[in-house]
Design a protein. Structure first.
Length: 153
């Protein structure tokens, strides 16, 4: 009986040890805008970063934009969405001008060897977009394919 109990404990410990290891899966194929201004897309793994981070585009659910007249006109953009686990953080928000608007790429980073619980964690970030020199009319702001518009007077 004692041998059976010892074997069961050993099997449980081995299962726990196997379950705690991390997989070295490849980065999902998400593309983000480059800062080159040419509309080229780059894979997040192409960005020069520490080699222990996995990058991907954030899950953006809502984008709100308001025009703020000031000495230099600008749009205040609120981006809301979710992160998929406790180890993922917002890494960078890149802006790229496109005809009639701007594209924002919200990039997340997660350590490759991180062990974290799966959880839906909400995030909200506020970004300022410079509207200096923009012609009057509708200005489109897109963050990870979720869009909003603001009217430039």
């Amino acid at each position: 009986m004692r041998d059976y109990f010892s074997q069961c404990v050993l099997v449980l410990l081995l299962l726990c040890a196997v379950g705690c290891t991390t997989s070295r899966s490849k980065l999902p194929p998400n593309a983000v805008s480059s800062d080159q201004g040419d509309g080229a897309l780059q894979h997040p793994a192409d960005f020069p970063l520490e080699s222990n981070l996995m990058l991907k585009l954030a899950d953006v659910e809502r984008v709100e934009a308001t025009y703020e007249p000031s000495p230099s006109p600008q749009a205040r953009v609120t981006i809301s969405g979710t992160l998929n686990d406790g180890a993922t953080r917002i890494h960078d928000i890149r802006q790229q001008r496109v005809p009639g608007g701007v594209t924002l790429s919200v990039i997340t980073a997660r350590p490759k060897d991180a062990v974290a619980t799966l959880a839906i964690i909400p995030f909200e970030r506020v970004v300022t977009v410079d509207l200096q020199g923009q012609p009057p009319g509708v200005f489109s702001i897109s963050a990870n394919a979720v869009s909003a518009t603001v009217v430039v007077p």
